[in-house]
Design a protein around this ligand. Sequence first.
Ligand SMILES: Nc1ncnc2c1ncn2[C@@H]1O[C@H](COP(=O)(O)OP(=O)(O)OP(=O)(O)O)[C@@H](O)[C@H]1O
Ligand SMILES: [Mg+2]
Length: 214
Amino acid sequence: MIVTLYSTKSSTKTSIAVSTAIYLANRNEKIVFADLDTTQGSASQWLDCRDDNERLIRIPCIQKSGKYVAKELLELETNYPYVIADCAGHADINGRSALTVSDLAIVPVLPSSLSLFTIETTLNSCIDAQALNPKLQVIIVLTNCHSNRLVKDSQEARDTILESIEDVPNFKLAKTQITSRKVWIDIVAEGKGITESNNSQAISEFNMFMNEVF
Ligand SMILES: Nc1ncnc2c1ncn2[C@@H]1O[C@H](COP(=O)(O)OP(=O)(O)OP(=O)(O)O)[C@@H](O)[C@H]1O
Ligand SMILES: [Mg+2]
C-alpha cells in the first residue's frame, strides 16, 4: 500500500508522514519511507536523528526524485507492504507522480484562510491523479488546530472543506483533528514519532486518526 502525504502548502505533512511510518513500524508492519521532498530532506534528517537511539525501531528511508518516482514507488511496494511518501509543499512532479500510484493520499490542512485558499489546487491535483489512478482515496485532516474547542476556526474550516468535496468520490474529511501542541516540535530532534512521546493526549488523538486511516 502506498500512502502519500500531499498538500501544495506547508501543513505538517512531514510530521504526519514520519509519525504514520513510526506508528506502523511499532505495530510490526514492514514499512519504508520515501522522502520525495529532496530539496528540504526534512524527513530524512528526522529519521537520521532516530538512528542515534538504538532503542527505537529503525525506519528505512530512501530519497526519490525525478521522472521515475511513480515506477520507483511501485518497486518499493513489491518489498514493503507499506510505503509512506512525503511530498514537498508545492505541486512538483514528484508529488504528482506519487499520487498516480498511491492507494491513499493524506491531505493535512490548517484551519486558516490562507490554507483554505490553496485547498482547491491540492484537491485538483488529487482529482487529476484519480483519472489515471481510480483507486486513489483521499483523506483530508485538519491539523495544528487550536486546543480550545470554543475557537470556531476549525468548524468553519470543516464546513468549507465539506463543501469543496461534496461531489467528489473517494474523498473524505477525517473526524479526528490534530491539535497544535509543542510536543510535535520536540519529538523531531529525538527522532521519535508522536506515539512514542510522553503526551498521552497527543498519542490518543493520533491513534484515533490512524484508526480512521487504516
Ligand atoms: N500538531 C502540531 N502542533 C504544533 N506544531 C506542529 C504540529 N505538527 C507539526 N508541527 C510543526 O510545524 C512545523 C511544520 O511542520 P512540517 O515540517 O511537518 O510541515 P510540512 O507540511 O512538511 O512543511 P513543508 O511544506 O515545508 O514540507 C514544524 O516545525 C513542526 O514541528
Ligand atoms: Mg515537509
